[in-house]
Design a protein around this ligand. Structure first.
Ligand code: NAG
Ligand code: NAG
Ligand code: NAG
Ligand code: NAG
Ligand code: NAG
Length: 377
């Protein structure tokens, strides 16, 4: 099969960076050769394997994705270090300083790295520095901006408790632990967090990956989602019934919550379980209690598991998946992919029309037409 349309859509500065925009027709792969090859959940999907395309590129599954990309989308690597997973998860952007913060892979203790996006040139790479954080901030995973600072959630390490931590976004990067228990019991291993756009309460997910990956004791709770009001100290469960509740996001109006369940991946102990969820669920956020109600399947991910989630100002949902960032409209229709060909745990808008994608040893910058919703209200 030949893609219905193939274009060299854009040329970066100096013509050095050519970005492919590939239009895919969902009808074209509705019926595949019965003799295969078919694939499993861990392999990426390229509708036209003979095209032999080199990632990254944009896969357009719905014409509306062109409005998200705009006429001249580009994508390129802006930070890289092949020896070190400095950009696994937890991307936070601080607009005032134009600095990007990320959390690293588990093996290196998941330090927090900082990059100054003012150093960006049209083609060059920028450097990262590792923040000198307090030892109590153990194994960082998720993060989001919070009242001008960084909000990190940590997985804990051995007997040290998982924590919700506020970190000064400026030197000396001093930290304040906001929460490290639920009425005296340690959480399992915190994964991701967002601030609700209206109440400004902190919502975070707790999973058992710390245990399954061998650095936390057996879990003491179901894997579930919590709401924490840092002004009153009230902490409560707002949603349960997950395998591994992972990424979290709200719609710009605060009325819908999205949770990525990455249960298909059960860590080092459990391996890949294709019959468990690789599913983003949507919920109504109750106006009185902010509990999550009316759970429904929003989208099942076709490659790997959904991890971090972001929304643009039009309510489209961006999910970090096994093949890059997959983008869905507010009703859960796959519009397109920013196809990296490798797993990407998370992504974040860093100002108008700029999306940063995490790929452990690399960070990509996609320049598109969409704009991210404000995360620090
Ligand atoms: C998926 O298929 C690839 C290629 O055959 C294989 O290497 C991989 O182990 C498979 N993954 C799972 C989870 O079965
Ligand atoms: C695919 O592309 C790569 C890099 O452009 C090239 O080295 C390789 O020979 C191509 N493979 C096929 C089957 O055309
Ligand atoms: C990559 O990271 C390692 C560990 O921080 C550091 O020693 C090395 O200098 C870095 N390499 C580059 C090219 O930045
Ligand atoms: C990154 O670090 C290298 C080595 O210290 C330096 O030569 C280069 O100028 C730095 N790049 C930027 C954008 O600061
Ligand atoms: C950092 O220290 C300053 C000065 O003591 C304090 O005002 C601020 O609240 C601290 N920030 C955090 C996140 O601990």
């Amino acid at each position: 099969m030949i893609p219905s349309f193939l274009s060299l859509a854009a040329f970066g500065a100096l013509g050095l960076c050519q970005t492919l925009v590939i239009r895919e027709d969902k009808r074209a792969f509705a019926v595949l050769d019965p003799n295969g090859p078919f694939r499993n959940a861990s392999q990426t999907f390229e509708p036209n394997p003979t095209a032999n395309l080199t990632a990254p590129y944009f896969q357009v599954y719905d014409e509306r994705f062109m409005d998200i990309l705009g006429p001249n989308p580009t994508i390129r690597v802006i930070v890289e270090n092949d020896t070190f997973s400095f950009a696994h998860d937890g991307p936070i952007w601080i607009p005032e300083t134009n600095q990007l913060f990320t959390t690293g892979g588990r093996i290196e203790g998941r330090p927090v790295s900082m990059m100054n996006l003012n150093d960006l040139t049209p083609t060059g790479l920028i450097n990262f520095t590792i923040l000198p954080l307090d030892d109590a901030v153990q194994i960082n995973n998720g993060g989001t901006p919070f009242r001008g600072d960084l909000l990190l959630v940590t997985t804990g390490s051995g007997p040290l408790p998982p924590s919700v931590v506020r970190v000064n976004s400026r030197p000396p990067f001093n930290t304040t632990i906001l929460l490290n228990n639920f009425y005296g019991r340690q959480f399992n291993s915190l994964n991701d967090a967002k601030v609700h756009p209206l109440s400004r309460a902190i919502f975070f997910t707790d999973v058992s990956y710390g245990f399954e990956n061998g650095f936390r004791p057996a879990p003491l709770f179901p894997n579930q989602v919590y709401r924490f009001d840092p002004d009153t100290g009230d902490v409560r469960v707002v949603a349960d019934g997950f395998s591994q509740c992972n990424g979290i996001a709200f719609s710009p109006d605060g009325r819908t919550a999205y949770i990525a369940d990455s249960g298909e991946s059960q860590g080092q102990i459990g391996g890949i379980q294709p019959t468990l969820p690789a599913t983003i669920y949507a919920f109504d956020v109750m106006s009185d209690t902010q509990a999550f109600a009316n759970r429904r399947v929003f989208a099942f991910i076709d490659t790997g598991v959904p991890d971090g989630l972001s929304l643009d100002t039009n309510g489209n949902v961006y999910a970090g998946c096994g093949d890059g960032t997959e983008v869905f409209d507010p009703k859960g229709t796959l519009l397109g992919k920013i196809f990296l060909g490798v797993s990407s745990a998370n992504m974040i808008f860093v100002g108008p029309k700029r999306l940063v994608l995490m790929a452990d040893t690399k960070i990509f910058l996609a320049e598109i037409a969409a704009e991210g919703m404000d995360l620090d209200l």
